[in-house]
Design a protein around this ligand. Sequence first.
Ligand SMILES: Cc1cc2nc3c(=O)[nH]c(=O)nc-3n(C[C@H](O)[C@H](O)[C@H](O)COP(=O)(O)O)c2cc1C
Length: 325
Amino acid sequence: MPTSWSHKLSPLAINLYGRMWDYQTLTWMPFSWRGLDFTNRLGIAGGVDKNATQIGGWWSLGAGFVEIGTVTPLAQAGNMGKRVDRDIPAQALWNRLGFPSLGVDYVAEKLANIYKPHFTPIFANIGKNQATPLELAHEDYTRCINKLHGLVDAFVINISSPNTKGLRNLLDEKYLENFLKFIKEKLPQGFATPLLLKLSPDMTIQELEVVLNVSLLQGIEGWILTNTSSSSNSRKNLSFPEEGGVSGRPISEVSRGFLKSTMDILGDRRSGKLIVAVGGVLSEEDVFDRIDLGADLVQVYSSLVFNGPFFFRKVNDYAHLKVLI
Ligand SMILES: Cc1cc2nc3c(=O)[nH]c(=O)nc-3n(C[C@H](O)[C@H](O)[C@H](O)COP(=O)(O)O)c2cc1C
């Protein structure tokens, strides 16, 4: 099936699956953080369920948590033209979607109508509209937080997508501090929902260190590493266009390296913070490798394409076998 078709059809199938089957608890390495209970460590990465339309499906498939979004304040179509592709032998995905979103009002309504209490924790990944100038980006994030406050269990601030012009500049030291300060100042009264930051794999280690230090000081409580890569290294021997971001096997090493560096840079300051690993996790072994490196939680996108949606069950079986051995 052409990539664009499967990209459109799979959400319908997942939604249908959730309507047909009971929610399923897969329990391995249960974990609690900030009052949130995770029965297992494997969840859905940002971008898979952009509009919170398939949460029941992920719960029926046994996901340990679900990240919805990226959600933007206003509905937008995203980039035009070819925007998704895959290379099956290389287990690689490419996209230049640019945050297609039905908008935060639509997503809030979907979230208001799902099963409560949440069967698993739900994170909301939030972004800015393409038309919002970078200097006003913080207002878009604030708007999403205000609208979704009370409906989700954590927010993921996404300033690491390569597909929204200029977005990654917000990771620069000169923008990041004020950007996060503004968001913090405008949080709703009584706000106690954790704020996480999703990082780009295309930063240098020095840049990573700055981002971690600045965001820690501004009250960020965890990091998701990493988003897609736009580096030429990630598309070596692949025929993907130059723009856009690559996921899957080609970014496995760099995402893994970012996780190791993050653990080193944070040292003792890591205590109480949430580390979520994503990027090139394509096998059961990969999941446990990231946990062994220090990740609290692991997410997948590409694996759902190359291994299918029953990957959660495969990992569950593997986890139980590991305990027996
Ligand atoms: C088609 C596609 C769309 C994506 N959309 C988003 C998004 O909206 N927000 C986001 O934070 N990450 C998005 N991502 C990045 C994934 O969440 C993840 O960080 C990246 O794909 C690496 O994980 P993987 O190797 O398991 O795919 C997207 C990835 C793909 C392939």
